[in-house]
Design a protein around this ligand. Structure first.
Ligand SMILES: Nc1ncnc2c1ncn2[C@@H]1O[C@H](COP(=O)(O)OP(=O)(O)OP(=O)(O)O)[C@@H](O)[C@H]1O
Length: 329
């Protein structure tokens, strides 16, 4: 073995031993990451951590800054400020990074002329992974032998995602960083992905995955980091974020209900599916409606409606319709 490879092996062992004993036990630490493009700030002061054994969803509408953050995390985009460590080291300092961190940033970035099998074989060779692993991975990501012989240029988006996830898993890493991995997958594919990532996390692995769909991450993630306009707007355990929704109330006549709430001094916002969201307790809301003679058809804990409401507002800020509206003004 050459000295360089021996050193890389020693480095590998150092990184492996750090998997479980980084100072705070985090697999990924992001601190103050910021990226400006000229006058535009794409990502501003983003900080969060990803723990082993946990799937962390990185959620935000289109253009919120998810991909830019992930590209900075893996050294593809230089940050304007801040830092990120994976297993206690900057990504670029990881020896043979694919053996420690599986990354999928753009499933369409495959060479279209290579077959799926060739893409995996090449990646395995570069990483020094036993070529038997290629068949294991093809099996794991459910690409059939016939599909593996096809050029990736003919693949559907869902097949490219499966291949990309396979590439990320090829080096048997402890950490996964996946940008919109469920994009293009059908419901069965999403179900498969959920099982795969859950098994990975249950074995002690750490997963950071991004999505612009609340429902998608809600079923997969244990913890959420929510980003809007380049800034973190919420983060924590999914159950806690979903539970912190306040009270949802709906009247036979929502207009009269709104007047009753206002008269009682109760602050509220419109809920996504009709009715209103408020932080006031249910008995206070019921009292205000009753005093005004307003008949209620629904009064219950909002259960995630707060998160959904916040996310819809973030999404609305970024929506194409809104941009067109702003452009017309
Ligand atoms: N190379 C670049 N030059 C200038 N602006 C950029 C560049 N890359 C990204 N941006 C801008 O940074 C912002 C964040 O983009 P980013 O792709 O990180 O968002 P995202 O949350 O990943 O969105 P999506 O869900 O659509 O992939 C956007 O306003 C985008 O236009």
């Amino acid at each position: 073995m050459t000295d360089a490879r021996q050193n890389a092996g020693a480095d590998d062992e150092r990184v492996m031993s750090r998997t479980h004993d980084t100072e705070h036990g985090y697999a990924i630490e992001v601190s103050g990451l910021t990226k400006t493009y000229g006058a535009h700030t794409a990502v501003e002061d983003v900080s969060f951590a990803v723990r082993p054994g946990v799937i962390t969803g990185f959620l935000g509408p289109n253009g919120a800054g998810k991909s830019t953050t992930m590209r900075m995390m893996v050294g593809l985009t230089p940050p304007s400020a801040g830092w990120c460590t994976v297993l206690g080291l900057g990504y670029r300092r990881l020896p043979n990074p694919g053996r420690h961190v599986g990354v999928l940033l753009d499933a369409s970035a495959q060479h279209p002329g290579r077959t799926g099998r060739e893409a995996l074989t090449l990646a395995a060779t570069v990483m020094g992974v036993d070529l038997d692993r290629v068949d294991e991975i093809l099996d794991l990501v459910a690409l059939t032998p016939a599909e593996a012989r096809r050029r990736t240029g003919t693949y559907s988006l869902g097949m490219r995602q499966r291949l990309g996830v396979g590439q990320a898993l090829l080096g048997d890493p402890r950490v996964l960083i996946l940008d919109e991995p469920a994009n293009g997958l059908d419901p069965a594919g999403i179900h498969w992905m959920r099982g795969l990532l859950r098994g990975f996390a249950d074995d002690g692995g750490s997963v950071l995955l991004s999505s612009h769909l609340l429902r998608e991450v809600e079923v997969i993630a244990d913890e959420l980091v929510v980003i809007g306009r380049g800034r973190i707007v919420a983060q924590g355990a999914k159950q806690e974020l979903l539970a912190s929704g306040g009270t949802l109330v709906r009247g036979v006549d929502d207009q009269r209900l709104a007047t009753a709430l206002t008269d009682a001094g109760i602050a509220f916002t419109s809920a996504a599916d009709g009715g209103y969201l408020t932080q006031a307790p249910a008995d206070q809301v019921a009292g205000a409606a009753s005093a005004a003679g307003v008949v209620l058809v629904e009064l219950r804990p909002a259960e995630g409606a707060g998160l959904e409401d916040m996310f819809l507002r973030l999404t609305a800020d970024h929506s194409r319709e809104n941009s067109q509206e702003r452009a017309r003004r």
